[in-house]
Design a protein around this ligand. Structure first.
Ligand code: NAI
Length: 284
């Protein structure tokens, strides 16, 4: 399938990164969000990242301007009518995603693929909200999108082979490595990562160690480039909680129970780096 016009739904941390890598690979991108301020913040982030590339001599100013000119802002979901490929990166909530997919299904051309960047929610259930489940697929980018090489590609029960192949080829065009996984809660990445983060939060909750100490143990002792609590702040504590809830609900096992301290921080609005406070305090 020939993809020219990509639409990214949600201009937060992930959506802006996804728009960045598509524009860099030469696609025209519409960056859509309900919230105009999020789009502007997203474009600012992308611009800063390109400027850094120019400073490092990895890109010319002319290349930066051309790449940025491929990214268009949108607050009109109707723009889905013009999209060959849509990738969704809104909040990790099933109801929000299924409502959105039902609307996108009504608006987008019949052969447009609808991909979701969900970290943990079942692709099959998102696909069932549409009349084109064969064209719905999981395309799970890692954070920060411009840096991380992996894209987990998840087939729903009905995903067609040619849709999988198109998304696999697209991932390679973005200079990333696709890995195919099956549709189970958390896929592979978050099924392995999130219980570790949740356990790290339990160690703080139970007074075993401070966040700094937990992170130091995992960095120096296990050679992790970033401690689990720094990583949780970076991912967003709301997203971490949603993922733990999805694992808990999906597998029903107590080992996936979200730590009460994680719930407390989310209720307090301490969502990590994006709000300036999580396990650590960030100065803007
Ligand atoms: P975020 O909170 O930074 O951004 C979410 C954006 O979605 C916000 O700009 C918000 O205004 C917008 N939004 C919410 N409801 C909307 C709707 N109905 N229509 C349009 N826009 C809407 O969240 P983030 O971190 O970018 O996560 C987005 C998705 O990516 C989630 O599904 C998350 O699980 C997934 N993800 C997150 C990763 C991370 O490290 N944060 C890594 C990989 C996937």
């Amino acid at each position: 399938m020939d993809i020219k016009q990509v639409m990214v739904i949600g201009a937060g941390q992930m959506g802006s990164g996804i728009a960045h890598v598509h524009a860099l690979a030469g696609f025209e991108v519409m960056l859509y969000d309900l919230d105009q301020a999020s789009i502007e913040k997203g474009i600012q982030t992308i611009t800063k990242q390109f400027q850094r590339q120019v400073e490092k001599g990895r890109m010319t100013e002319g290349e930066m301007d051309i790449t940025l000119s491929r990214i268009h802002q949108s607050t009109e979901l109707q723009d889905a009518k013009k999209a060959d490929f849509i990738v969704e990166a809104v909040v990790e909530n099933m109801e929000v995603k299924t409502n959105l997919f039902a609307k996108l299904d009504d608006l987008a051309p019949a052969d447009t693929i609808l991909a979701t960047n969900t970290s943990s929610l079942p692709i099959t259930e998102i696909a069932a909200a549409t009349n084109r489940p064969e064209k719905v697929i999981g395309m799970h980018f890692m954070n920060p999108v411009p840096v991380m090489k992996l894209v987990e590609i998840i087939r729903g029960l009905a995903t067609a082979d040619d849709v999988y192949e198109t998304v696999e080829a697209l991932t390679k065009k973005l200079n990333k490595t696709p890995v195919e996984v099956n549709d189970f809660p958390g896929f592979v990445s978050n099924r392995v990562l999130m219980p570790m983060i949740n356990e790290a939060i339990y160690t703080v909750y139970e007074g075993v160690a401070t966040p700094e100490a937990v992170d130091e143990v995992m960095k120096l002792g296990m050679n992790h480039p970033m401690g689990p609590l720094t990583l949780a702040d970076f991912i967003g504590l709301d997203t971490c909680l949603y993922i733990m809830e999805t694992l808990h609900e999906g597998f029903g096992d107590d080992k996936y129970r979200p730590c009460p301290l994680l719930r407390k921080y989310v209720k307090a609005g301490w969502l990590g780096k994006k709000t300036g406070r999580g396990f650590y305090v960030y100065h803007k």
